[in-house]
Write a protein that binds this ligand. Structure first.
Ligand SMILES: Cc1cc2nc3c(=O)[nH]c(=O)nc-3n(C[C@H](O)[C@H](O)[C@H](O)COP(=O)(O)OP(=O)(O)OC[C@H]3O[C@@H](n4cnc5c(N)ncnc54)[C@H](O)[C@@H]3O)c2cc1C
Length: 426
């Protein structure tokens, strides 16, 4: 159990960073009886699409239907890839534990047996992913069957155009139509914010008004697709009621950030974890980590206890967006502990000349190198710091965006690190 004296928290494990990696690690830790303090500002997942990728592309741009075969290939070709350090059974168990938790918290995800599924993106491309929220699943089915489908977008919503999606997919999905609708009550607004629309669709009366505006345009459509903003806290209920009102299956399409499915994931993690007495979270930034007999962690917030005493630390601070890594003229640094960063020798080597090179850009593989237990490798002759672990996108070698493996890198490396922490502290 976490304990607290006047301004000091005592905990078995401190996780720094509350993106997908930190949240997943916290779940794995408390499920294994480890008292856990998660520190980080709870907004990193607002960007994430809400899709969970396992492994979609490797190598040189080849797309894989079977993510498990893709992972086997990665182990042969890219032994430095973080997922090459975790076996398929552990990756499967890690994904299963997360999906089980989300299901129990009423945010179910769907996947196909042993294969990737195709989803349409907000720019009208088709992307391979491993698992999608239940609210997106009908879109996977409609795309596979190429069923007559109406895509709806909302007047005033930026960066999501049903017209663009339908036009980009014209060859592949000829029976895709589009229609822009004025969101009820927002007729005079110049810009619609996805979070506001999502919250308003938590209310049944607003769903009824929206459905009434869409009905005249349905015609032969067998499915109706929307940007992913059908409810914030009641998305299942919103989709079910819209399906009833519109008399056909409905689905959501991921949007660019700010992403409502990302917010749903984040809030679900925090509220679900909050039910476990072993879990505590501080929405602040860590400013200092002192090693010695255990760790002394200092935070920057004024409303929270300033000091945490912890037996183990898991660093899950992300890459450049999360500021776990910082780039300067001198190169790439790790921001909190000054851990050595694997990176190209010079800045000139960060990017290839071809922006769309199928091999990707070397800078996207920069990061922290670890041993098989996800303990960071020190500089030559330095001993690894006892009980310090690293997981997630900050790790060297993942290039997650190009290889479509972001959530798997986060979840599977968090799982492996927590297993190692559990073993080391038995
Ligand atoms: C635009 C976008 C689209 C995405 N789309 C997909 C997708 O389609 N499929 C998929 O599988 N995944 C997707 N993802 C999610 C992606 O997989 C995850 O972001 C990735 O797994 C990285 O997670 P992370 O937790 O390692 O890092 P981050 O998400 O970057 O989180 C790191 C956190 O650490 C915090 N931090 C940094 N320094 C400190 C400090 N000193 N003290 C406290 N906290 C600190 C940061 O503030 C941040 O909150 C997407 C992400 C983004 C950004």
């Amino acid at each position: 159990m976490n304990s607290q004296t006047s301004d000091t928290i005592h905990t078995d494990l401190t996780i720094i960073g509350s993106g997908m990696t930190g949240m997943a690690a916290a779940l794995f830790a408390v499920n294994r009886g480890i008292s856990t303090t998660l520190i980080g500002q709870h907004s990193a997942m607002n960007f994430a699409s809400g899709l969970m990728d396992l492994m979609g592309v490797h190598p040189s741009g080849r797309e894989w239907d079977d993510p498990w075969k893709a992972l086997d290939q990665v182990r042969k070709d890219l032994p430095d890839h973080p997922l090459a350090k975790v076996g398929n059974p552990d990756i499967e168990n890690a994904m299963g534990e997360i999906l089980g938790f989300l299901n129990d918290q009423a945010l179910p995800y769907h996947r196909a047996a042993h294969k990737n599924v195709n989803v349409i993106t907000s720019v009208g491309t088709v992307k391979k992913t491993y698992t999608v929220s239940e609210t997106m699943w009908n879109g996977v089915v409609a795309l596979e069957k190429k069923s007559p489908t109406l895509l709806v977008d909302l007047d005033g919503m930026k960066l999501f155009s049903a017209r663009q999606i339908a036009s980009s997919l014209k060859e592949r999905w000829p029976d895709l139509r589009h229609q822009t609708i004025e969101f009820p009550g927002a007729e005079t607004l110049e810009e619609l914010h996805p979070e506001h629309v999502a919250r308003s669709l938590d209310l049944s009366a607003n769903r009824v008004k929206l459905a009434n505006r869409i009905k005249p345009f349905i015609k032969d459509a067998a499915y109706i697709g929307f940007p992913a903003l059908l409810g914030m806290y009641r998305s299942r209920e919103a989709v079910a009621e819209l399906e009833q009102l519109l008399e056909r299956p409905v689905f959501e399409i991921p949007t660019p950030p700010v992403s409502v499915p990302g917010i749903r994931l984040q809030e679900t993690f925090i509220s679900g974890l909050g039910k476990n007495p072993l879990f505590r979270t501080l929405s602040t930034m860590v400013t200092r980590v002192k090693t010695g007999a255990g760790f002394t962690i200092t935070t920057g917030g004024s409303n929270t206890p300033a000091t945490i005493r912890s037996k183990a630390v898991l660093l899950a601070t992300g890459r450049f967006l999360g500021k776990g890594l910082v780039a300067s003229r001198q190169g790439i640094q790790e921001s909190l502990l000054d851990l050595p960063v694997m990176q190209p020798e010079t800045r000139e080597e960060w990017h290839r000349e071809d922006l769309f090179s199928p091999q990707g850009h070397p800078v996207n593989r920069a990061g922290i190198r670890t041993d098989k237990s996800f303990r960071p490798l020190g500089r030559a002759s330095e001993e690894p710091v006892k009980n310090l672990y690293v997981a997630g996108s900050i790790l060297a070698g993942s290039d997650w965006m190009r290889m479509k493996c972001g959530s798997a890198v986060a979840i599977a490396t968090a799982f492996a690190a927590i297993k190692a922490i559990e073993k080391a502290n038995k």
